[in-house]
Design a protein around this ligand. Structure first.
Ligand code: HEM
Length: 157
């Protein structure tokens, strides 16, 4: 919604006055923060009760403050999950309309691993046709459609 405002002063005013889309944004951000905080508190209890180990527990074990861990969790969820699912959704959608290409993808997978064991990272590196399909599908339908950057302050007068 910020990107659709003609000038940034519009959303900045809405933010200051807590109006419209900025009011909603604040509510949604608060909701996400409290949901992630619940995950973090549950993990902390787990950390105390058993010696389980995963990425979040490692962040917590590194004694980063809760706010820092919260923002890292959000960034991983948003950066890693929705991008991957969007990329795969478009890939499978494109393949569903191209049976000849789909067959080549399947043939390549079976030529590298006939299904006797699970695929590993080295097998994936051999799959050049699948990689090309993924790249082409992301070129046609980028999972991150809009990625703006704003200067925090002017560096030149
Ligand atoms: C198809 C999958 C993915 C796509 C299309 C994608 C796309 C992007 C894009 C466009 C950026 C912004 C780069 C920039 O503006 O400088 C980015 C940054 C980032 N991505 Fe991904 N990403 C994908 C998967 C992942 C996964 C699986 C993870 C982690 C589990 C991840 C973690 C990150 C992080 C942490 C950043 C911020 C890097 C930084 O600015 O320091 N991404 N990604």
């Amino acid at each position: 919604m910020r990107g659709m405002d003609p000038v940034s002063a519009v959303w900045k005013c809405k933010r200051t006055l807590n109006l419209g889309s900025e009011k909603k944004l604040k509510e949604f951000v608060n909701f996400i923060h409290s949901s992630v905080n619940e995950i973090i508190q549950a993990k902390k209890r787990k950390l105390e009760n058993d010696g389980a180990n995963d990425l979040l527990l490692r962040f917590l074990g590194a004694r980063l403050d809760d706010e820092m861990v919260r923002d890292m969790v959000i960034s991983f969820l948003m950066a890693g999950r929705d991008t991957t699912s969007a990329a795969l959704t478009w890939l499978f959608w494109l393949l569903s309309g191209q049976p000849d290409i789909e067959k080549q993808v399947v043939d390549e997978a079976f030529s590298i691993n006939s299904g006797e064991k699970s695929l590993n990272f080295n097998d994936l590196k051999e799959m050049k046709y699948i990689k090309a399909c993924l790249c082409e599908s992301m070129r046609l339908y980028p999972p991150v459609v809009w990625d703006s950057k704003h200067a925090a302050k002017k560096t030149l007068s």
